[in-house]
Ligand binder design. Sequence first.
Ligand SMILES: Cc1cc2nc3c(=O)[nH]c(=O)nc-3n(C[C@H](O)[C@H](O)[C@H](O)COP(=O)(O)OP(=O)(O)OC[C@H]3O[C@@H](n4cnc5c(N)ncnc54)[C@H](O)[C@@H]3O)c2cc1C
Length: 377
Amino acid sequence: MDDSRDVGIIGAGIVGLAHAWAAARRGHRVTVFERRQTAAGASVRNFGMVWPIGQPAGELRTIALRSRQAWLDLARDAGLWVNPCGSIHLANRADEWAVLEEFAAEAPALGYDCTLLTHNEVLQRSPAANPEGLLGGLFSASELCVNPRDAVRALPEWLAGRFGVRFAFGTTIVDIGSGGVRSADGRRWDCHRTLVCAGADFETLFPQVFAASGLQRCKLQMLKTARQPASWTLGPHLASGLTLRHYANFEVCPSLALLKQRIAAETPELDRFGIHVMASQNDQGAVILGDSHEYGRAIEPFDKAEIDDLILRELRRLIRLPDWTIAERWHGVYAKHRDQPLFEAEPLPEVRICTGTGGAGMTMAFGLAERCWELWP
Ligand SMILES: Cc1cc2nc3c(=O)[nH]c(=O)nc-3n(C[C@H](O)[C@H](O)[C@H](O)COP(=O)(O)OP(=O)(O)OC[C@H]3O[C@@H](n4cnc5c(N)ncnc54)[C@H](O)[C@@H]3O)c2cc1C
């Protein structure tokens, strides 16, 4: 094969894997470099929510819907577990309901597949929704649930077997030039093109680009329950009224500003830690709970019990679980741009950086990868 087809990808998180798949399908000879023995970054620490509803109408939502289709294709072709569960945003306060009503009114024209649900209709769809104080909800059909840990660990083997993608695990790239990369053990690897999908850690490879990028690091705390009883299912992903202030799609709603003001005045502790609560259920029956958002260049390694308590306080108001035993706690870190939905740069000829997917990498990675290789054939 012609050497110009050699592609090196730094990082075996979901963004690197998605770009590897898209490149290999187009006939490139792909090598993925991952410094760890198995990827352990943001891509294995998330809810597993594929969340197109959170993207604003237009190009970003189109990218999210392409990714959604890719996950469904991977369920069929690579045997990944994917649950087309949809989502419900629950409203417990009049201002939350006002935002949902406004969004539902705009949704058909903007291309969203959403339905407003009454109190009883929410309870028919989700046995977990707490009926106390529940006004209703907004159901969206487009959300999927995936198991991030299993998917990110299974995809390398599938990509290797199906497309001949090579994986160099335990290989830290320390230098990238035009024409190749060098790993920490001194080996040189020829790559005609290099894609840097190293999450926030591309800082170590291109410190000046990172410094000028507008990217910030964000730390999120998460919890997972024990396996719930086999006869019980969460149903759609659930999100609280707090979540309405987090995703860009709701910015078209005139009542959103008042909702944000009320939350800031009533519960400043939630704003202080960027808490908005959501729940998803994986194929093993455990419910993933989160999350918080603390921004800063230096990430504190120690998790705050106060944050976990606030997340659980808000979730206990929102949902009822048969078993609230917390089996695992962890935090994850992602890179997010101050005002852009992602960060792309070309620091050298034939070298691209793709990161800054923030809280939407599971939702966007495959669509972004398709777009990348369409524009860089
Ligand atoms: C707690 C949490 C919850 C989230 N929930 C969701 C959700 O439900 N839905 C959603 O869409 N998104 C969610 N996200 C966001 C999503 O997880 C991220 O946007 C996405 O995983 C980023 O993927 P990535 O491949 O860019 O980064 P990563 O997964 O961090 O992967 C980068 C990889 O690069 C490797 N690497 C770095 N430097 C080098 C080097 N020099 N040499 C070799 N390898 C290197 C790292 O080891 C790492 O494996 C969440 C994120 C977090 C943290």
